[in-house]
Ligand binder design. Structure first.
Ligand SMILES: O=C(O)CCC(=O)C(=O)O
Ligand SMILES: [Mn+2]
Length: 282
């Protein structure tokens, strides 16, 4: 079974149970490439979901080798038809589902991740189809993705450098829709003063070009140690510091004009609380 990008769905499954940025953040479909066969779909919707505990070996060819561990960049993970379908669903959401931040707006799906745990809410089917597809790649060590942040950036909007933090299993997966963006990575501020003044510029390490319909998977040092952000600019001029130039079919010196981009940030929140605990019931 192959996806738009040709990633064969993992076949070796181990049994397992399906189990923040600032708080302000949380306040037709079988056509296309039809990744999941009917029987696979049934398996993914059973209460005892099974996903591979390790990331699929077939993803090896998508590792971005000139970046620290570990980045997978998968172009055309979804088709244009799927992209339009997802955008339609995102924009179907009622207005109160959106939280407006300075520089972008977002929708939170799956519950509000909090240090004491997330009161999980079922993901809607239009998202489950894609979160399951990603969980089936083994992205979350056998667990199912249970949280999606939808970010919308109009042209010229971005997100400040940050780390995603400990509320999530240390893997973030992102589907880009509508426009490319350039995701920039920075070293954290060093405690070692000898290194001289530490500006955003001096801490800048590399960028990744995220084309529409691509899937990005970040783990290990790229997730745990480095900060990531998106500059609020209308146009990106590509340099040799774009680590995935080759797989994103881009050239240094190329200037790409941004449009409105919607990203689906798909993660697994391990700590779940149940309503009866919140209500103090046994
Ligand atoms: O839009 C993106 O690709 C990045 C979003 C992000 O970093 C986040 O939601 O934490
Ligand atoms: Mn982030």
């Amino acid at each position: 079974m192959r996806s738009a990008s040709g990633v064969t769905m993992a076949t070796c499954f181990h049994s397992c149970n399906a189990d923040a940025e600032a708080d302000a953040e949380f306040g037709g479909e079988e056509q296309a490439c039809g990744l999941l066969a009917k029987n696979e779909k049934a398996m993914f919707t059973s209460p005892n979901m099974a996903y591979p505990c390790e990331i699929s070996k077939e993803l090896g060819e998508y590792i971005v080798t000139n970046a620290p561990p570990t980045v997978y960049y998968i172009p055309d993970f979804i088709t244009e038809v799927e992209e339009q379908y997802l955008l339609q669903e995102v924009y179907k959401a009622p207005k109160p589902k959106w939280t407006q931040l300075s520089g972008r707006r977002l929708q939170n799906w799956g519950g509000l991740p909090r240090p004491k745990g997330m009161l999980a809410e079922k993901l809607p089917d239009w998202l489950l189809k894609y979160t399951n597809r990603i969980s089936a790649l083994g992205a979350f060590a056998g667990k199912a993705a249970n949280h999606v942040l939808v970010n919308e950036y109009t042209q010229g909007e971005g997100i400040m450098p940050h780390v995603d933090g400990p509320l999530y299993h240390p893997t973030v997966t992102t589907i880009s829709l509508g426009s490319h963006t350039l995701l920039d990575f920075y070293r954290p501020i060093s405690q070692c003063e000898i290194e001289g003044p530490q500006t955003e510029e001096s801490r800048y390490l590399l960028s990744l070009l995220l084309r529409p319909r691509s899937l990005l998977i970040l783990q290990d040092e790229m997730y745990q140690h480095l900060l990531h952000g998106i500059q609020n600019v209308c146009q990106d001029t590509l340099t040799e510091r774009v680590a995935n130039l080759f797989s994103a079919l881009a050239q240094p010196g190329e200037a790409l004009t941004r449009g409105t981009r919607v990203s689906l940030t798909i993660r697994h929140v391990p700590k779940i609380v149940h309503a009866n605990i919140l209500l103090g019931r046994k």
